[in-house]
Every structure is written in C-alpha cells, then in structure tokens.
Design a binder for this molecule. Structure first.
Ligand code: 5AD
Ligand code: FES
Length: 365
C-alpha cells in the first residue's frame, strides 16, 4: 500500500513512485497537490509574473522532429526570416513597454552566418536598451564555442527543451540520425550550464508512447541536473507531421492539459525557486490555460511580439492561439488575464531565476 497524497506532499524529497502517484491523483488529492504548489510559489516567488517578449524570428529549420510543424520536411508552409530591423523593432517595443526581457526563438540552424548574425543582434539589442533588456535565446543545439560567444555578447539565459529524457521515447519522436542525437542534446544543456547561462529545459506532455514513469523520470532529471528554468507544455498534434499517424493512441487533449498542470505543480514543489513558463500550448487547449498554470506554480509568460504577419507561419502545432492578434492586443489581453489569476505583472525587472543566483553563490563558497 503506497503513501497517501497528503503524506507524500509532506515529504522533503519525492521518489519516482511518489511522483507517479502525484501525476495520477484525482479529486480532493489533486486539489491538495495544487494547493501545495500554489503555497510554495507564493512563499518563494510571490504572486508575480514576469514577461519575456517572444520573437519567433525565423521558422527555417534544418531538423525534422517528427512532431513539429516547422520541421524541414513540411513543405506546407511559407518559410520566413525576419530582417534584423524587424527584430530590433520588436525588441524596442519590449523595452519601451518595460518588459524586463525578450526571448529570441527560431528553428534550429547551425552556421557561421547564424552565429555572427545572432552575435551582432545581441550587441545591438543591448545598445538600444542601454543594457536593460535581458535576452533569452532558444535557437537549439550549437557548438560550445558558439554558446560561449553569444553569452559573451550578452545573452544570459538559454532554453533548450530535451523533449523527453527517456532515450527510447526520444528515438521514437525523432529521426534516428546524427542530426537528432539524444546525447548531443544533453551535452548541449551541460555546456550551457557550464558556460554560465541560466539554463532551461522541458518536455512535451502526452506524447504517443509516453508513460507516467517517463514523466516522473523527466522531473527527476530536471532536479538532478539542477536546471534554473522550466518550460513544459502539452503535446498537440500537427496534421502535417509524421506523428499524426498515432493520433488515435493519444490521451484526450483535456487529460494532456491536466497532466501538464500537474507536472508544473510537482516541479514547483521539487524546485521551489526556479522560473517556470506557462506555455502558450496550454492556451491552445483551454482559453485560460496559461492563467491556470500561473495559479498553481508558473511565474513566466511569453507574450508573442513577433510582427503579426509572420505569426501564422510559426505553427509548431495546430490551433496555436493568438496568431492573428496585434502585438498590443496581446499585452493588454495578457495583463487582464494575469490579474484574473490573482497575480501581478512585474515590469522593468529581468526576473532572473532565484535558483540560479543561489546556485552561483554555492559554487563560489
Ligand atoms: N506540440 C507541442 N509542442 C511542440 N513543440 C514542437 N512541436 C510541438 C507540438 N506538436 C515544442 C517543442 C519545442 C518547442 C519550441 O515547441 O517542445 O522545443
Ligand atoms: Fe526544428 Fe525540431 S523540427 S528543431
């Protein structure tokens, strides 16, 4: 007979079995889980939310992940690449509106051109904001030298989702070739951390073939790796991808949504002071999905500030919300939404992961 949920929630550390029980809990137990994670957020972070203005600057990708709408093999979309001026205008918008940070995201490309381009953009973003705007990069796997160069140019956070920490599941959702190598992805995360980035990772939830044991393993990996930021979202099938073939074995969208909330709640309890993103994919399932995530543990929102005309082309999954909103609409809409979750948007601060600062202090001692 396993422990009751109430007993598990009182423990200092969770075992794999404890995490599985939490992922499977329902009814009053589920309420207890969310109550606990909300309390921890309130205590260690406060009822606060920081914005990262998201600029999806290009949907050109050299990889072919079997789940992703912008995979190289999908010819059913228009490819775009924002001009430097368009990126800088979006960054300026974020700065003028007192967002503490922006996140630059794109498909994965490795080339000297990309390395130089991002390096130059980082300098110009720092310049236009007097060094005030924090920059998160999310442009995939790169060589350590490249990460280092961008770090020196002013990027200080990096998001690289591992997608799944179970190698066998990873190989079912990616082509099995050297471009999609599980170990390289892990090595990239390690170099990011070693270089000094605030390092973020995450997984998709509700993938075909994924088990509760896999998800428990994902959370244990994040704790063990000592990540600073976490971005997890439900898997949402995209019609123009190979994984669509497995739609019938997926759990219903509502369950994927609920499981994502539980994953967020559990990681908040396990790693009290990290930054946790309320992923946009949550809102593709539930109109107030991100707000629900904020209530039970998330503290970061990423308003999309990509110029409107390109948004329709950055569809990683079907039903992506807000692709036709203007930038300003997105902001006021989000602000109203955050207050619905009894939280407050903090402007003019980077909103760094407290966990990162503590981790650095420990390293120095
Ligand atoms: N459903 C949900 N999330 C997806 N991503 C890519 N494709 C999908 C999908 N079909 C996520 C991946 C990637 C991030 C940018 O978007 O986790 O790391
Ligand atoms: Fe672009 Fe996976 S398809 S990184």
């Amino acid at each position: 007979m396993g422990l009751k949920i109430k007993e598990i929630l009182e423990k200092e550390a969770f075992t794999r079995e404890n995490i599985i029980s939490l992922l499977e809990c329902a009814g009053e137990d589920r309420t207890l889980l969310f109550k606990k994670s909300a309390e921890i957020k309130e205590k260690y972070i406060g009822n606060k939310v920081w914005f990262r203005g998201l600029i999806e600057f290009s949907n050109i990708c050299s990889k072919d992940c079997l789940y992703c709408g912008i995979r190289k093999g999908n010819t059913n979309l228009t490819r775009y690449n924002l001009s430097d001026e368009e990126i800088l205008t979006a960054a300026k918008f974020a700065h003028d509106n007192h967002y503490g940070s922006i996140a630059l995201q794109s498909g994965e490309l490795e080339s000297p051109f990309v390395t130089n381009r991002i390096g130059k953009l980082l300098h110009r973003i720092k310049e236009l904001s007097d060094g005030e705007l924090g920059v998160t990069l999310s442009v995939g796997e790169q060589e350590p030298d490249v990460y280092k160069r961008w770090y020196n140019a002013g990027a200080h956070r990096y998001l690289l989702r591992v997608e799944s920490t179970n190698q066998s599941l990873y190989s079912k959702i990616h082509p099995n070739d050297s471009k999609h190598d599980f170990h390289r992805r892990l090595n990239c995360l390690k170099s990011l951390q070693d270089i000094g980035y605030q390092t973020g990772t995450g997984v998709m939830i509700g993938l075909p073939f994924q088990t509760m044991d896999d998800l428990a393993g994902d959370l244990m990996f994040m704790k063990e790796f000592n990540i600073d930021m976490c971005g997890m979202g439900p898997y949402i099938e995209h019609a123009d991808t190979p994984l669509i073939e497995y739609s019938e074995i997926l759990m219903p969208l509502k369950e994927r949504f609920d499981l994502t909330l539980k994953m967020i709640a559990i990681i908040r309890i396990m790693m009290r002071d990290i930054n946790i993103v309320a992923a946009t994919a949550l809102q593709a399932i539930d109109p107030i999905g991100r707000e629900k995530a904020v209530k039970i543990g998330a503290n970061i929102l990423m308003p999309n500030i990509t110029p409107g005309k390109y948004r329709d082309s950055y569809k990683l999954y079907d039903n992506k919300p807000c692709t036709d909103d203007s930038v300003e609409d997105c902001q006021s809409c989000l602000e109203a939404r955050v207050s619905l979750a009894d939280a407050e948007v903090i402007y003019g601060e980077w909103g760094d992961s407290k966990h990162y600062k503590k981790r650095l202090n420990k390293k120095r001692i």
